[in-house]
Design a protein around this ligand. Structure first.
Ligand SMILES: CC(C)(COP(=O)(O)OP(=O)(O)OC[C@H]1O[C@@H](n2cnc3c(N)ncnc32)[C@H](O)[C@@H]1OP(=O)(O)O)[C@@H](O)C(=O)NCCC(=O)NCCS
Length: 176
């Protein structure tokens, strides 16, 4: 468990699958994410198992994001594609339950996992990609210290047109 003031990062359980699938199937949420097909409870169970596998292999760490007061699971975040040689990882986050957007939880969860990555896993660099139209996420990432380092031009087709995918990163000495 990684405990913050308002949210806690914890391991995912198979019992979390129905709650995740319920909200993931809301297009307002999914439009910001890579997997665009609707999901079933079984899909999410399989995904949760794959996060355990990543942890066992040491290639990734995925956590559920739980609100401290209510113990409600509202999303997940993770470090993926970890490279021991380069001491780098890819970051991703989604608050599936949109009723909990804009309450500061995403910012806190991002800070918690960056702290874990830099201070416990001894990472040197954490990077991410974010869609051009996801202004809220880009704002949160800038707020915690990620820098825009480039973009994949017209790399995403969504809602009938192409969009850029922004690339951002943060180095250990820039986090604090
Ligand atoms: C992106 C996400 C993780 C952010 O978490 P959150 O808890 O909603 O965000 P927070 O409340 O911590 O912070 C939101 C910030 O964005 C700002 N914001 C909200 N809507 C905005 C918009 N349309 N444009 C710019 N900034 C916006 C808020 O004012 C706030 O900034 P402030 O703290 O400086 O006032 C969450 O909304 C989410 O999971 N969204 C759906 C999935 C997703 O987009 N995942 C990221 C994929 S790269």
């Amino acid at each position: 468990m990684i405990q913050g003031k308002h949210v806690t990062l914890r391991g995912l359980e198979l019992e979390d699958a129905p709650e995740i699938a319920l909200h993931y199937n809301d297009w307002e949420v999914r439009r910001f994410l890579n997997r665009i097909a609707p999901v079933s409870k079984e899909d999410e169970e399989e995904w949760i198992r794959s996060t355990w596998e990543q942890r066992r292999k040491g290639t990734g760490y995925v956590f559920g994001i739980e609100v401290n007061k209510s113990r409600l699971l509202i999303g997940s975040c993770g470090l993926h594609w970890m490279s021991v040689t380069n001491r780098s990882a890819d970051f991703g986050i989604a608050l599936y339950n949109k009723a909990h957007w804009n309450k500061g939880y995403g910012t806190e969860a991002t800070q918690l996992i960056l702290g874990y990555g830099f201070n416990q896993l001894n990472l040197h660099r954490i990077h991410l990609t974010v869609f051009e139209f996801n202004e809220r996420a880009r704002h949160v990432y800038e707020k915690v210290g990620f820098k825009h380092i480039g973009r994949h031009r017209q790399a995403l087709f969504r809602n009938g047109r192409y969009w850029d995918i922004y690339v951002m990163d943060i180095l250990a000495n820039e986090f604090g």
